[in-house]
Design a binder for this molecule. Sequence first.
Ligand code: SF4
Length: 352
Amino acid sequence: MGGRTPRIPWNALLAWYRANKREMPWRGSRDPYAVWLSETMLQQTRIETVRGYFARFLARFPDVRALAAAPLPAVLKLWEGLGYYSRARNLHAAARRVAEAGAFPRDAAGWAELPGVGPYTAAAVASICFGEPVPVVDGNVARVLARLGAEPLDPRDPKVRAALAARLRPAVAASGAPGDFNQAVMELGETLCTPKSPRCAACPLRGACRAAAEGEPERYPARRAPRAVPVRRFAAFVVRAPDGRVLLDRRPEDGLLGGLRELPMAPVARRPREAGARRALAAAGLRAEALRELGAVAHAFTHFRQELYVWEAVGGEPAAPREGRGFARPGRVAVATATRRALALASARKAR
Ligand code: SF4
């Protein structure tokens, strides 16, 4: 890879962006807190989903001091349903560091030292808020560049991204508007130069694009064989107190979904029948007068798929105290998505 990108009319791209950019609540802002928050929420999450979370988060924590002063469970609760909770924990830890320092970092190198801030977010905030001429290379940008040069490359490879960033750097500097430049390339990748059906006829870079000239731009970047995703199966148990509270376990702070609550559960090899559910009930440290099957829910994580086979434990209770286990109202604590779905299933069955 290297040197294959033809002369690109970047000014045409900037003009296209300024005329066509989509309205977003954070767009146009140069407030580092708002831009950082939006970039963090947008990682792995669709724009339409982020809009509501962004507005609620800013209403509750309007600036970095308010976020730093908040207890972590309140932050996690507001993040509930957005997924990838390490983002919220890192955001909170970074806010505390910024509040301690008394100011935001002024360049990408300083931003990259904050917890959870990678090269992409650091470059985005530094270019948009402080005008630093650093290129942003996310999957969208990598796809656009791969197509412009008709290069079969792997956009997830950090070395490839670093090489693409080096290639873009002179153009970002020459643009005189690094924030707009970076957002323009990302916007092109998100709206016209999409993975499956690029709309080349409307693209301001069409005349310089080798992949479009070849006639099959969607061939780039190289397709990767889909990964086989392992499945982790659990029997999960709904145990209710007479006042309606539900028995929940708190996950360890330092792992996947750290600090979130979930139903008590135990691993199973396959969808259990009642005898298997009884064994899982004991393995989960519970006892019950009877078990009633409620159904199954699933949730996709980056590296595996989780399946919960949900049972109501009638007259259930903990067999012995367990750290992090207790009755709570699910609406008042931050709950893992699969457990939220399982509880919705349980409520729907109850309502029948
Ligand atoms: S011409 Fe088509 S393939 Fe090339 S950058 Fe534009 S949208 Fe992407």
